[in-house]
Design a protein around this ligand. Structure first.
Ligand SMILES: C[S@@+](CC[C@H](N)C(=O)[O-])C[C@H]1O[C@@H](n2cnc3c(N)ncnc32)[C@H](O)[C@@H]1O
Length: 210
């Protein structure tokens, strides 16, 4: 199984000019990105190595930038928002000063100049099942998911997808999927989706008793 998470973070800063002691107030909500990353890599350990996260940072001064996380092994992703924000701050500093896309210490993280549309196109051209997570979508328990095909999950930050990005998403063959009618935090949505995938995988295993 391959899961790619496309997170739109249209206000998150594209440089390292924010305070680690006040990430929510100074970074354009990098804290939301960090929480979603932790949910992606810490909820279901057996899925860790199958998940790629593409967060599109759209805040000042040089949008858009892609923050990509890939090839993570189970248990190696930071557990705290602060550690995660520190890694990303270091990466943004290197990118700003030397145009280096990744760091030797955290090779799983990279930064490059790519847009939301570039990543949607990548998903569509790899025949991924494009799932836009949104409150008014089809309930997840009624959505068929083929584990043999890649899955791309699309979600917004705490303010949801901007209208122009939602229009763009709808130009692709996406299914709109809901985890419930109440608006949840992005990190909760990612955790609940992964737990449901784990439940389905477990249900498919033969129940052989010794
Ligand atoms: C905190 S929510 C954004 C809430 C914002 N007030 C809005 O109206 O979009 C962050 C993201 O999580 C996803 N999301 C939130 N609740 C959801 C739900 N019940 N089902 C599916 N996706 C959901 C959506 O992609 C949303 O953009």
């Amino acid at each position: 199984m391959q899961i790619s998470i496309l997170l739109d973070a249209p206000r998150t800063r594209t440089d390292d000019e924010f305070l680690i002691r006040d990430v929510p107030g100074t970074s354009g909500r990098l804290d939301v990105v960090c929480r979603i990353l932790i949910a992606a890599y810490r909820t279901v350990p057996i899925f860790t190595s199958c998940i790629q996260v593409n967060a599109i940072l759209g805040g000042p001064p040089h949008p858009p930038l892609l923050l990509r996380i890939d090839d993570v092994n189970s248990g190696e992703f930071p557990e705290s928002e602060l550690s995660c924000a520190l890694i990303i701050k270091g990466l943004l500093h290197n990118y700003r000063t030397t145009k280096t896309e990744s760091s030797r210490q955290w090779a799983q993280f990279s930064i490059m100049a790519k847009s939301f549309d570039d990543i949607l196109k990548e998903g569509a051209s790899s025949s991924s099942q494009l799932l836009y997570l949104v409150e008014k979508g089809k309930p997840l328990d009624q959505v068929k998911i083929d584990f043999d095909q890649p899955i791309t999950l699309i979600l917004g930050d705490d303010q949801g997808l901007p209208t122009e990005h939602e229009k763009l998403v709808r130009q692709y063959p996406v299914q709109e999927v809901s985890i419930g009618t109440r608006s949840l935090l992005g990190s909760q949505v990612v955790s609940l989706f992964l737990l449901e995938m784990a439940r389905r995988k477990e249900a498919k295993r033969p129940n052989i008793k010794p």
